[in-house]
Write a protein that binds this ligand. Structure first.
Ligand code: ZN
Ligand code: ZN
Length: 327
């Protein structure tokens, strides 16, 4: 038997799971094909497998709750991230005495980072990050981007911006490229707006960008608080090997997300946050939704978020399908 198959089987619990005579290799090929289009095929596969019990549903409810919460944070995060980008840009134009509207779109992120930079560069002599003469470290010809780089660092709570995520040649004009510096290192290179960023990216932005403090009533720096707790919810959901959530955990997750969305400083009077609170309440009480509706919504949400689509689906299906050994 191939060890790859053992690995998959070991993750699956004894709970009733859809059985398949597919091997994991067959499955991987298949998933690559469906990611391109027909989510409906995957949907039918899972729903017809009749694999839901209550704790599966709880996981999906919580997953939807994090998505709804993310939507509720839109005004705040757009306002703060746009504000930071504008603040940095104007302060540079002012400090350097540049003509209003001066821009630079010539510097790649690589040009602004010394070789080696911890966490990015491989071998100093044969660096895979600075791998061409166009990407070598050099000063910005307009004297803008190096200052931008430094300022982004000064807004980061832990002074560790995720340079790998961002395209510096857009910093002067695109606030989301600045916002992505405050998100986790993996999975955000290809996202380009609030809408295609996931809950985890948004919560990390709020934690890591010190400017979000002015829209929150509690001290973000003092843990625990609802932001760190919300981040933990996302992690627990993503890392749950069998995608199950107990009733107690569900209640506590919903209560945390509710507290975040009703924070008095900004969110309590913000219409997108209020809508999210209503959605959370409906979600928590809703007992009438069918399995098919839950799965359908889940896949629609995953599809709408570009980030790690394949990985999310893989994790989801690995936990719900029992694979057969190839030998
Ligand atoms: Zn390098
Ligand atoms: Zn530049």
């Amino acid at each position: 038997m191939k060890c790859g198959n053992f690995k998959v089987k070991a993750r699956i619990t004894k709970a009733k799971r859809l059985r398949t005579n597919w091997t994991f290799d067959m499955f991987s090929n298949w998933i690559e094909r469906i990611v391109a289009d027909p989510f409906s095929k995957l949907e039918g596969y899972i729903v017809n497998g009749n694999l839901w019990d209550k704790t599966d549903k709880n996981w999906l409810k919580c997953f939807h709750a994090t998505r709804a919460t993310k939507a509720g944070l839109k005004s705040l995060v757009e306002e703060v991230s746009f504000g930071v980008q504008q603040m940095i840009y104007s302060s540079i134009i002012h400090a350097r005495n540049l003509a209003p509207g001066s821009l630079c779109n010539l510097c790649l992120t690589e040009n602004l980072l010394l070789c080696p930079t911890k966490g990015l560069c491989s071998h100093r002599r044969n660096c895979k990050y600075h791998d061409s003469s166009q990407k070598k470290f050099r000063p910005c010809p307009s004297q803008i981007c190096n200052a931008f780089w430094k300022k982004i660092g000064s807004f980061h709570r832990y002074s560790k911006p995720s340079w790998k995520n961002t395209k510096a040649d857009q910093w002067c004009t695109n606030h989301w490229q600045v916002a992505k510096c405050f998100m986790p290192l993996e999975g955000y290179q290809d996202v380009s707006s609030f809408d295609d960023t996931d809950f985890n990216g948004i919560i990390n932005f709020m934690i890591n960008c010190t400017e979000s403090q002015r829209c929150l009533s509690f001290n973000v720096a003092s843990k625990p608080n609802v932001l760190y707790e919300s981040r933990k919810i996302g992690r627990n959901l993503r890392h749950s090997p069998d995608l199950k959530v107990t009733d107690t955990d569900l209640a506590s997750y919903f209560s945390t997300l509710n507290s975040l969305l009703t924070d008095s400083k900004y969110l309590a009077s913000d219409s997108s946050a209020q809508e999210a609170v209503i959605k959370l309440n409906q979600l928590e009480k809703d007992a009438n939704r069918t399995d098919a509706e839950y799965v359908h919504e889940y896949l629609q949400e995953v599809k709408a978020t570009k980030k790690v689509v394949t990985l999310e689906i893989l994790q989801f299906v690995k936990a719900t399908v029992k694979f057969q050994s190839s030998h």
